[in-house]
Design a protein around this ligand. Structure first.
Ligand code: C2G
Length: 132
């Protein structure tokens, strides 16, 4: 039986921490589906617009070898629907989300992977904007 893995993220200013979580997620199954969070969702959640638009972020993630399918994550409250819609066997997130998705253990495995240390979109934005 083939195993479908699902993961979610903004993946703004794509960096090696994003790549590693996607690669490790893909290793947990046969098919990897990635939900890329919508611009509107980000604005609500983080109070700022992503640097790259949802179309650009989706294009980057879709082009990665380990990724089989991408979709737009329009609401954080729809996780259960997305898991069911894509028939995911495993939900993977970085451990900054540890414990937050345990409620879905009734329909799939939930795995939190250690984040890659010392890199984040916020730190990159700060580094770039102070580099003049
Ligand atoms: N990540 C990582 N190491 C880093 C930075 C990020 O492993 N140094 C992981 C995060 O843990 C997450 C994924 O990369 O699993 C995407 O990170 P973000 O783009 O920051 O995603 P976020 O805004 O947390 O969106 O429904 C949930 C949201 O869509 C998650």
């Amino acid at each position: 039986m083939s195993r479908t893995v699902i993961t979610f993220g903004t993946f703004d200013v794509f960096h090696v921490g994003h790549l590693k979580v996607i690669q490790r997620a893909a290793e947990l199954g046969d098919r990897l589906v990635v939900g890329v969070s919508a611009d509107e969702l980000n604005l609500r959640k983080k109070d700022r617009e992503p640097v790259f638009s949802e179309a650009e972020r989706m294009a980057i993630v879709a082009a990665l070898k380990p990724v089989d399918e991408v979709f737009l994550e329009e609401s954080l409250e729809l996780k259960r629907d997305y898991i069911l819609k894509f028939a995911a066997d495993v939900l993977v997130m970085g451990d900054d989300w540890a414990g937050r998705f345990d409620e879905f253990r009734d329909i799939c495995e939930v795995v939190y992977l250690p984040r890659t240390p010392a890199i984040s979109t916020t730190a990159l934005i700060e580094k770039i904007s102070s580099a003049t």
